[in-house]
Design a protein around this ligand. Structure first.
Ligand code: FAD
Ligand code: SF4
Length: 477
C-alpha cells in the first residue's frame, strides 16, 4: 500500500501590528499592512485551485485567484484592476470585511487553519496603487465618460452602498448627487468604525476621487425633510437610490437606562469619531468619561466601543455578552486585538437594571447569569437566565451595543414605499428597485445591520439597473 504524503503547511505571512500596550492608549491604526515582500510571499502560497471556492465566498465575487496570482508575479496594477472590477472599496474592505466568514472562510486551505490572507493582500494592492486620475482610482482604467447633466440620479445617505453606486454611475457618464444627513460623507465608515481600525484618510481618498469624477455631495441634507423623493423627480432626477443605513439605536428597556452615563454605542462612537471627541479639547466635543466601563453586546460595534473607551482612559472595560465567546458575531481578529489590549469579557451574562446616585449618575449594574439552551431561529443556542443567579458590577459608563434599526425619517415621508415588519425597505434582489418605480434601495436599510461589502454589493446591483435604464449603450456586461 502506498502511503499518502502529507502536504507541508506553510503558515500565513503575519501582519505587522502596533504593540498592544502602545496602541491601547492611542487612536493610530493597529494593523500596519503588508510590505511588498510580505504580499508576494503570501500570494505565492496560493494553490491556484481549479475550483476557486474563495471567489464564491466573497459577496461581490472578487476574482481572488486571479488577483493573487498577479500579486505573486508583482503585477500590482493589473491586480488592482481585477479587484476593482467588482469591489469598489478595496482599501476599506481589506481592513474591515469579516474575511474569515467570506473569501478566506471558503479558501481550500481553510481546513489547515492557514487560509490565504486575501483581505491583507487586497489591502496591500489598494493602499499601494497610485492612480494617475480619479477615473483610474475608481475603475482601474484611465478614461471615464464625462457626466451628462441631463441624466441625473440622486442618492440618500453617503455610506458604502451610495458611494459604490455613485462611483459606478459617475464613471459611466451619469450625474450623481449624494444627499447626506450628517456633515461629512462616509456613513458608518466615518461615524462608527474608529480611526484605529479604519483611518478616516482612507475614506476621504475615496470621497475625493468621487468628487473629481463629478459626484456632488450635499451634506447636512436630510432626505424626507430637506427634500422629498417626489420633489427630486420634479427637479428632473431620473432615479433615486436610498442608502440611509440602519442607524437607529436599540435600547434594552431596562430600569435605569435613562441615567446619566448610559449611552447607545451609536451616540458614543459618533461623538468620538465623527465629532473628533478623542481630540478634546482641540475639538470641543465632550466625550462621556468612564473609569469602570461596561459595554453590552458581542459584535463589532461593541468591541469598537470598548476599545475606544479604553483608549480614552478607562481603567477597566468589560464587554458583557449573553452567550459565549464562540458565538460572538465580532470579527475574530478584532476580538483578539481587544483581548490583547486588556479588554475583559463577561460572558453568559446580561444586564437586568442600572442604578445611580442621588444626582442620577450611573454607579452600578445588576446582571443576570445565563446558560445556553436549545438553538433558536439563527441556529445559535438560546441564552436562558439561570433563575436567582444575579451579580453586581460597579460602573460609571455603560454603552449599549445590542443592535440598531431603521431610521424612519425618510420612509415615513414616502408612504408608497413598501416596508417589511421591521421597518426595512423591500427591494427586488435582482435590481434593487422598491415598490416605487425608479426608486431603488440597498444596504442596511434593506437588510438590517449587515456588512460593508454587502452594502457595496447592493449599491452596485442598483447602479447597474439604473445604467441599463438610463444609458443602455454604456452597459458592458
Ligand atoms: C461601529 C460599527 C462597526 C462596524 N464594523 C464593521 C466591520 O468591521 N465590517 C463590516 O463589514 N461591517 C461593519 N459594520 C457594519 C457596516 O458598517 C454597515 O453594514 C454599512 O456601513 C452599511 O452601509 P450603508 O451604505 O447601508 O449605510 P451606512 O453606512 O449606515 O450609511 C448611511 C448614511 O445615511 C445617512 N442618512 C440616514 N438617514 C438619512 C436621510 N434621511 N437623508 C440623508 N442621509 C441619511 C446616515 O447619516 C449615514 O451617513 C459596522 C457598523 C458599526 C456601526
Ligand atoms: S481557494 Fe484559497 S488556495 Fe485556492 S485559489 Fe482561492 S485563495 Fe488560492
Amino acid at each position: 500500500m502506498t502511503k499518502k504524503r502529507k502536504r507541508k503547511i506553510v503558515p500565513r505571512v503575519g501582519m505587522p501590528m502596533r504593540d498592544a500596550v502602545e496602541r491601547g492608549k492611542i487612536f493610530s491604526e493597529v494593523a500596519l499592512g503588508y510590505e511588498r515582500e510580505h504580499a508576494v510571499k503570501e500570494a505565492k502560497r496560493c494553490l491556484q485551485c481549479k475550483k476557486d471556492t474563495c471567489r464564491k465566498g466573497c459577496p461581490v465575487e472578487v476574482d481572488c485567484k486571479k488577483f493573487i496570482n498577479l500579486v505573486a508575479q508583482e503585477q500590482f496594477e493589473e491586480a488592482f484592476r481585477i479587484i476593482k472590477d467588482t469591489n469598489s472599496l478595496p482599501a476599506i474592505c481589506g481592513r474591515v470585511c469579516p474575511q474569515e466568514n467570506q473569501c478566506e472562510g471558503s479558501c481550500k486551505l481553510r481546513p489547515t487553519g492557514q487560509p490565504i490572507a486575501i483581505g491583507r493582500l487586497e489591502r496591500y494592492v489598494a493602499d499601494n496603487f497610485y492612480a494617475r486620475n480619479s477615473c483610474e482610482e475608481e475603475t482601474g482604467f484611465m478614461e471615464c465618460m464625462l457626466p451628462d447633466e441631463s441624466l441625473k440620479v440622486a442618492a440618500f445617505g453617503a455610506g458604502p452602498s451610495s458611494l459604490t453606486l455613485a462611483g459606478y454611475l459617475a464613471a459611466r457618464g451619469i450625474k450623481v448627487t449624494v444627499f447626506e444627513a450628517l456633515h461629512e460623507p462616509g456613513g458608518v465608515l466615518v461615524y462608527g468604525i474608529p480611526e484605529f481600525r479604519l483611518p478616516k484618510s482612507v475614506v476621504k481618498r475615496e470621497v475625493e476621487s468621487l468628487k473629481h469624477l463629478g459626484v456632488d455631495f450635499r451634506c447636512n441634507f436630510v432626505g424626507g425633510m430637506s427634500v422629498t423623493i417626489d420633489e427630486l423627480f420634479s427637479e428632473g432626477y431620473k432615479a433615486v437610490f436610498i442608502g440611509v443605513g440602519a442607524g437607529l439605536p436599540r435600547f434594552m428597556k431596562l430600569p435605569g437606562e435613562n441615567l446619566v452615563g448610559v449611552y447607545s454605542a451609536n451616540e458614543y462612537l459618533t461623538r468620538v469619531n465623527l465629532m473628533h471627541g478623542y481630540k478634546f479639547p482641540e475639538y470641543d466635543t465632550p466625550v462621556p468619561e468612564g473609569k469602570r466601563v461596561i459595554v453590552v453586546g458581542g459584535g463589532n460595534v461593541a468591541m469598537d466601543a470598548a476599545r475606544t473607551a479604553y483608549r480614552l482612559g478607562a481603567s477597566k472595560v468589560t464587554v458583557v455578552y449573553r452567550r459565549t465567546k464562540g458565538e460572538m458575531p465580532v470579527r475574530r481578529e478584532e476580538l483578539e486585538h481587544a483581548l490583547e489590549e486588556g479588554i475583559d469579557l463577561e460572558i453568559l451574562a446580561s444586564p437586568l437594571s442600572f442604578s445611580g446616585d442621588e444626582h442620577k449618575n450611573l454607579n452600578k449594574v445588576v446582571l443576570q447569569r445565563m446558560e445556553l439552551g436549545e438553538p433558536d431561529a439563527s441556529g445559535r443556542r438560546r441564552p436562558v437566565p439561570i433563575e436567582g443567579d444575579t451579580f453586581e458590577m460597579e460602573t460609571d459608563l455603560a454603552i449599549i451595543a445590542v443592535g440598531t434599526g431603521a431610521n424612519k425619517v425618510l420612509t415615513q415621508t414616502t408612504p408608497d414605499l413598501k416596508l417589511n415588519k421591521w421597518g426595512n425597505i423591500e427591494a427586488d434582489s435582482l435590481t434593487g428597485e422598491t415598490s416605487i418605480a425608479n426608486v431603488f434601495a440597498g444596504g442596511d436599510i434593506v437588510t438590517g445591520a449587515a456588512t460593508v461589502v454587502e452594502a457595496m454589493g447592493a449599491g452596485r446591483i442598483a447602479a447597474k439597473e439604473i445604467l441599463r435604464r438610463l444609458k443602455p449603450e454604456a452597459v458592458q456586461e
